[in-house]
Write a protein that binds this ligand. Structure first.
Ligand SMILES: Nc1ncnc2c1ncn2[C@@H]1O[C@H](COP(=O)(O)OP(=O)(O)OP(=O)(O)O)[C@@H](O)[C@H]1O
Ligand SMILES: [Mg+2]
Length: 381
C-alpha cells in the first residue's frame, strides 16, 4: 500500500515501544508518516496506546493519571513494577529518540525523561520536540461539567503559543497558597500579604493576558473556518483582570478581599476563577445548550483551528493529533469531513474506534492497526 507521504516538515512517530505500560507487557510498533487508525473491541488497548504517546509531551498525558497508575498490574508484571515508553519521532526531517518512564530510586519513584540518549531535565524539554493536541471521550462533557476542566483545556491551548504561561500559573498559585495559609493561620502581616498580592497580581495579569490573546487568536482562526464543523466563538467569563483597565487593580481587590477570603477559606478574586465560554456562532447558542453531537463538533472545530494556528506559528509544523473514539457522535458527513481535514493538515493523527468500518473513507490515506488483547497488528489493504 502506498500512502500519501506527509509533508517534509511533518511531525510523526516512526516507532513506539511500550514496556510494562498498563495492559502492555511489551510492544514495539513501526509506524509510517501518515494518519493511524487503531480499531478493536472495548478493552483491547487502544486508549492505552494513545495515553503512552501523550506522555511524550509535557505533563500527565491525556488521562491525567498519576504516573504510578500506568504501571502494568497483573501476574506477569515485573517485580519492580515500573513502566517505560520509548519513541523515535521525526520532525522537519530530523530524528529524535525520546524515552520516558517511571523509575524507582532509593525507595522512591520518579519520572525519567531522556532525549537522544541524554537525560532531559524535565518533561517540559519534550515540549520543544513534540507538540500534540488530543480529544478524548471524557472531553465530551467539557461544556457541561465544572469550570476547572474548561480552564485546564484553555490553559493547554495557551501553552501551545506561550510556554511562559506555565511559569506564570505556577508563580500565581504558589503565592495564592501562601496568602491563603497566612490568612488562615497567621500572622496576617500586611507587608507580607502585600508582597504576595503583588506577586499574584503580576503573574495573574500575565496569565489573564495570555488567555485573552489565545482566545482572540483562535477566534480569528475559527472565523476563517468553513465546512462541516460549526464555527465557535470563545470568550472568558469572570475575567476580573479586565477591571485593571478601569484603575481597580487586581492587587487592590486582593487586599480588600482579605477578611472575606479568610472567612470563606478560599481566594474570591483572581484569574484562577476564569471560565472558558464557548458559543455556537451560527446558532447564537451557548455550547452547553447544544446537542451532544454539536458539542463534539464544536470541540473538533476548536482543536482543528488550534492545530492550524500552531502550524502557522511554527513554520508549518502541525502538532500530532490524538483523537480517541473520534467517530462516536459524528454523522457520516462530518466523519468524512474530519478525515479530509486531517489529510489536508498533513499530520499524523492517531484515531481510535471500535468499528473499523467507520474509517472506510480513510482507505489508502491512513495505516490501519487492528488491536486485540493489547496487541496492535497492522492490516495491509
Ligand atoms: N495499569 C494497568 N495494568 C493492567 N491493565 C490495565 C492497566 N490500566 C488499564 N488496564 C487495562 O487495559 C485494558 C485496555 O484499556 P484501554 O482503555 O486501552 O481500552 P480501549 O481499547 O481503549 O477500550 P474502549 O474501546 O472501551 O475505550 C483494559 O482492560 C484496562 O482494564
Ligand atoms: Mg478507549
Amino acid at each position: 500500500m502506498n500512502l500519501l507521504p506527509l509533508r517534509e516538515t511533518a511531525l510523526s512517530v516512526a516507532r513506539l515501544k511500550l514496556t510494562n505500560f498498563r495492559s502492555y507487557a511489551s510492544v514495539d510498533i513501526a509506524v509510517r508518516a501518515a494518519p493511524v487508525v487503531l480499531a478493536g473491541p472495548n478493552g483491547a488497548g487502544k486508549t492505552n496506546l494513545l495515553d503512552a504517546i501523550s506522555l511524550l509531551s509535557p505533563g500527565r498525558g491525556l488521562r491525567g493519571a498519576r504516573l504510578s497508575e500506568h504501571t502494568r498490574r497483573g501476574p506477569s508484571a515485573m517485580s519492580e513494577a515500573l513502566w517505560a515508553v520509548a519513541a523515535t519521532v521525526t520532525r522537519a526531517g530530523e530524528s529524535y529518540e525520546i524515552g520516558t518512564g517511571l523509575v524507582s530510586a532509593q525507595g522512591s519513584e520518579r519520572r525519567q525523561v531522556r532525549l537522544n540518549g541524554a537525560a532531559a531535565s524535565s518533561s517540559a524539554d519534550l515540549g520543544d520536540v513534540v507538540q500534540m493536541l488530543w480529544l478524548t471521550p471524557a472531553m465530551d462533557r467539557l461544556f457541561i461539567e465544572s469550570a476547572s476542566g474548561r480552564r485546564k483545556f484553555l490553559d493547554r491551548l495557551v501553552l501551545g503559543f506561550d510556554a511562559g504561561h506555565a511559569r506564570a500559573a505556577t508563580r500565581y498559585e504558589t503565592a495564592m497558597r501562601e496568602r491563603a495559609r497566612l490568612l488562615k493561620y497567621g500572622p496576617r502581616d500586611p507587608a507580607w500579604l502585600d508582597g504576595l498580592e503583588a506577586e499574584m497580581a503580576e503573574a495573574g495579569l500575565a496569565m489573564a493576558a495570555a488567555r485573552r490573546e489565545t482566545a482572540a487568536r483562535l477566534n480569528r482562526a475559527l472565523e476563517e473556518r468553513t465546512g462541516a464543523f460549526p464555527q465557535a466563538t470563545l470568550s472568558l467569563d469572570n475575567d476580573d483582570t479586565e477591571d485593571d483597565k478601569t484603575g481597580d487593580t487586581l492587587k487592590e481587590r486582593l487586599a480588600r478581599a482579605r477578611i472575606r477570603d479568610a472567612e470563606a477559606g478560599r481566594t474570591t478574586v483572581g484569574p484562577h476563577l476564569v471560565d472558558l465560554a464557548v458559543r455556537h456562532t451560527a446558532k447564537r447558542a451557548d455550547a452547553r445548550e447544544c446537542s451532544t453531537g454539536e458539542q463534539k463538533a464544536l470541540l473538533i472545530s476548536i482543536v482543528l483551528a488550534d492545530a492550524r494556528e500552531l502550524a502557522r506559528a511554527r513554520g508549518g509544523l502541525c502538532p500530532l493529533l490524538l483523537l480517541d473514539e473520534i467517530a462516536a457522535h459524528l454523522d457520516v458527513v462530518r466523519r468524512a469531513a474530519l478525515f479530509d481535514e486531517i489529510a489536508d493538515l498533513g499530520t499524523q493523527a492517531w484515531m481510535t474506534g471500535t468499528d473499523i468500518a467507520m474509517f472506510a473513507p480513510l482507505k489508502g490515506r491512513a495505516q490501519l492497526f487492528e488491536v486485540a488483547d493489547s496487541f496492535p497488528r497492522p492490516i495491509s489493504e
